[in-house]
Design a protein around this ligand. Sequence first.
Ligand code: UDP
Length: 379
Amino acid sequence: MFDVVIIGAGIAGSVMAERFASSGKKVLLIERRRHVAGNCYDEVDANGILIHKYGPHLFHTDYPEVWNYLSRFTEWHLYFHRVEAVIDGKPVPIPFNFNTLHKVFPPNLADKLEATLLRNFEYGKKIPILELKKSADTDLQFLADFIYEKIFLHYSEKQWGLSPDKISGAVTARVPVLIGRDDRYFSDRFQAMPRFGYTKLVENMLDHKNIKLLLNTDFHDVMALHDDKIKLFRKRFKGQLIYTGQLDELFDKKFGELPYRSLDMKFMTVDAENFQSAPVVNYPNNYAFTRITEFKNIHPAKSERTTILREIPQDYVAGQNEPYYPIFTDEARAAYEKYSAELARFKNITPVGRLAEYRYYDIDDVIKRALDVFAALNS
Ligand code: UDP
């Protein structure tokens, strides 16, 4: 009855569902939650503000094909994301750039550092702080140490629950110095938010006669694996299975649990028109939470009140909170590889997305990946 079964109606599963459905295949899409769009899910709250239920999701991409693909399902609200980090009690723009230099250092020192950075690196480039640290120039080493201590170290320790030597280079690369005065958090060619939100965007994607969506459904209730075969509604299923959930769950955690980092999302209404000077303010030091998002600053709304979100990092515990980030320790990777080898026994199961591939994909990476996987399966 179905050519393709897809587990998970987040971004990865929904793109795969739309692609297969548009190519004439009959798709069954199974989702455990009561809604689509995965962790991009957004909704209008009691203050009339569009909030992101699972934390801030900002869209940005350098892939024209991803931008063009999404543009078929949404209009855009053009938006440049900005983030500030509180350093010694003062919010300053990040990524750390020349404006930040002048906010944290006395004029002479800021001018000197600016000139040294321009002499050593290409204008407009983002230099990861660990690379800056390798510089022979002692002023640049001082700057790298300053940013490491004030922005990276304590934020990352609480975000990941790991000592800095265990945090992957892919994560540290996300904390650069920008050679210039651009306060935007991202420098991608395309930056915008779906005008009516991600939920609406995904609903538009899934509005197709070939897609049957089952919400509130755990895949264990309709599907099982036996040897190298898939059973769907107790019958042998020979079609394609796209899996976007946690790989350990697919194999009943037989090699143990894959670790993820979770967040306690604390939403709050503030009885004031505005709360903070940027859409996101990071608190690397002094607090249990890592950052505060003010959603009105992302999706403009007329309201006398404002909704803010504090994120408090915590370990993931199955059934109690959400698995937001894969953890890239050697042990975690080794465990993932065991599940991955197990999966390779099934010719017709393809893992896609942040959970199933155990990768720190951004939204556009997931879409690119889903489009590429679809193309490969059809070549
Ligand atoms: N990070 C940091 N200090 C900051 C912001 C980010 O150390 O002020 C590090 C931290 O390890 C974090 C990573 O960079 O996990 C990525 O942060 P970002 O906010 O860009 O990503 P998101 O959590 O939104 O995926």
